[in-house]
Ligand binder design. Structure first.
Ligand code: NDP
Length: 477
């Protein structure tokens, strides 16, 4: 059965369908999904526009109930949805279930936020005048998501958009339509009025582009590559619309001489290789001071030998496959580039064979890398990391900040002085002390600076900044 797109409250088949393939076993077809056309996208935008006036004035209890019901169903079905996610994306079952729980928590959080939307009342600078500051929805929000968090990223964009009274046109990544289809189905059955949430699965260059080109989309929130992010920005400037971008990272993880070695190694392995290194918050630069360098590299090699790389759904798997052939090519190209640049491939980097045909890659660790190499400057988006040797903390901080990106930045140290200084001076939106660079909570702001992000933060109460517009009203008594 082909899973359809949702436009104006109706499930629409469209002309074409595409297959969702399991990266752990390319013989396994996860499902077939309708491919929306540019015309479908335009119908979806028109439906969202028509639904906006009523939804923007809907009661907070109605919105609360729908988001709450959605949260409850996602959490009740976490094992089944987590399995679907792992099957289509390739992260392990534990990671898939964890991400699904996070999506449920996000809907639960924003169900609560509907009831907490507050404004401000201030005296005017002039006598006998009152000033009220309120937040109103922005209008039709376009949501474009990547493949690496198939349920959490859609959740952290759709939940606040609906909570604050916006209507939505949602285009998930074509590689992973299954999880997106499932949450749209849940929201639809939870009682969303027609046109409030529209799903258009299909090609970015067709469906996504139709969204960028439409004057009827008032805000676009995007997560994905830097290149597509720039297109979103340019088109948004053209239409004078609000936009928010979460793009790449080249996140540093500093290890100081005084670090607890086991804490440093666990955090480094998690940062670089869990979720197959396919996280924008993954670390791919370990910046290590001289006194601990050799012990860190040896301990990393030992720890990496024990990693179980296999089918994402198999019990005991710690690292699943790469998402598809093109991402695998990108990873192996960068491994070749690192060698050509003179870094030493100290561990891994081999293609692996398993019981089923899949995109299996042994996580790779380079040593003797410099921060000028391409493997240290460009986002690889796979399980490939390098070690850069530095003299002391000052040099470590300077190398950590010497990157066009600024999403997440980590340090392993037992020194309060260095941890405090690093938290203040790391040029990143998120800083982690004795923790992996990836792995964040659902109720606090998420986002970066420099080339990693544009616009206000996602998640937590800070999401209101993007999904609402502020009104200042003056009343003469
Ligand atoms: P893209 O930026 O191409 O894709 C992200 C989303 O944008 C997808 O839904 C995609 O659609 C859509 N899109 C593509 N072209 C357009 C367009 N012209 N107009 C509007 N939307 C468009 O990233 P990829 O998924 O291809 O990944 C490529 C690289 O991006 C990765 O190797 C990685 O380096 C980086 N990346 C970073 C992420 C992050 O979280 N920072 C997440 C994912 C990727 P479609 O379904 O057709 O792909």
């Amino acid at each position: 059965m082909v899973q359809k797109n949702l436009i104006d409250g109706e499930w629409i088949a469209g002309g074409e369908a595409f297959r969702n393939i399991n990266p752990s076993d390319t013989n396994d077809v996860v499902g077939e999904y309708a491919r929306a056309s540019a015309d479908d996208a335009r119908l979806a935008i028109a439906a969202a526009k028509a639904a906006f006036p009523a939804w923007s004035r809907s009661g907070i209890l109605e919105r609360h109930a729908i988001l709450r019901k959605t949260a409850d169903e996602i959490l009740a079905r976490k094992d089944e949805l987590g399995r679907l996610l792992s099957r289509e994306e390739g992260k392990t079952l534990a990671e898939g279930i964890g991400e699904t729980v996070r999506a449920g928590q996000i809907f639960d959080f924003f169900a609560g936020e509907c009831l907490r939307l507050a404004g401000e009342v201030l005296p005017s600078a002039r006598p006998n005048i009152g000033v009220e500051i309120t937040r109103e929805p922005v209008g039709v929000v376009g949501i474009i998501t990547p493949w690496n968090f198939p349920i959490a990223i859609p959740a952290w964009k759709i939940a606040p958009a609906l909570c604050y009274g916006n209507t939505v046109v949602f285009k998930p990544a074509e590689l992973v339509p299954g999880s997106s289809w499932a949450i749209v189905d849940i929201l639809h059955r939870a009682g969303l009025p027609k046109g409030v949430l529209n799903l258009v699965m299909g090609k970015g260059s067709v469906v996504g582009q139709a969204m960028l080109d439409s004057p009827d989309i008032h805000a676009i929130t995007f997560t994905g590559s830097t290149g597509t992010g720039k297109r979103v920005a340019l088109a948004s400037v053209e239409h004078n619309r609000k936009y928010q971008l979460e793009m790449g990272g080249k996140n540093p993880f500093v290890v100081l001489d005084d670090a607890d070695l086991s804490v440093a190694v666990e955090a480094a392995v998690n940062s670089a290789f869990f979720s197959t290194g396919q996280r924008c918050t993954a670390s791919s630069r370990f910046i290590v001071t001289e006194g601990i360098h050799d012990r860190f590299v040896a301990a990393m090699g030992e720890r990496m030998k024990g990693l179980v790389i296999d089918d994402a759904l198999k019990a005991g798997t710690q690292i699943g496959p790469v998402v598809d052939q093109s991402q695998l090519n990108q990873d192996t190209d960068y491994i070749a580039i690192g060698r050509q640049e003179g870094a030493k491939l100290a561990f891994g980097g081999e293609l692996l064979k398993r019981d089923t045909p899949g995109f299996y890659l042994q996580p790779a660790l380079f040593t003797e890398a410099t921060n000028a190499m391409r493997i240290s400057r460009e986002e690889i988006f796979g399980p490939v990391a390098s070690v850069i040797r530095v003299k002391d903390y000052d040099e470590a901080l300077s190398v950590a900040n010497d990157t066009p990106f600024g999403l997440s930045s980590g340090i392993a140290t037992t020194s309060l002085k260095h941890a405090t200084h690093f938290k203040r001076n790391a040029e990143a939106g998120m800083v982690m002390v004795n923790l992996p660079t990836a792995g964040v909570d659902f109720h606090v702001p998420f986002g970066g600076r420099k080339g990693s992000s544009h616009g206000s933060r996602e998640q937590g109460r800070y999401a209101a900044e993007f999904y609402t517009t502020v009104k200042t009203a003056y009343t003469s008594a």
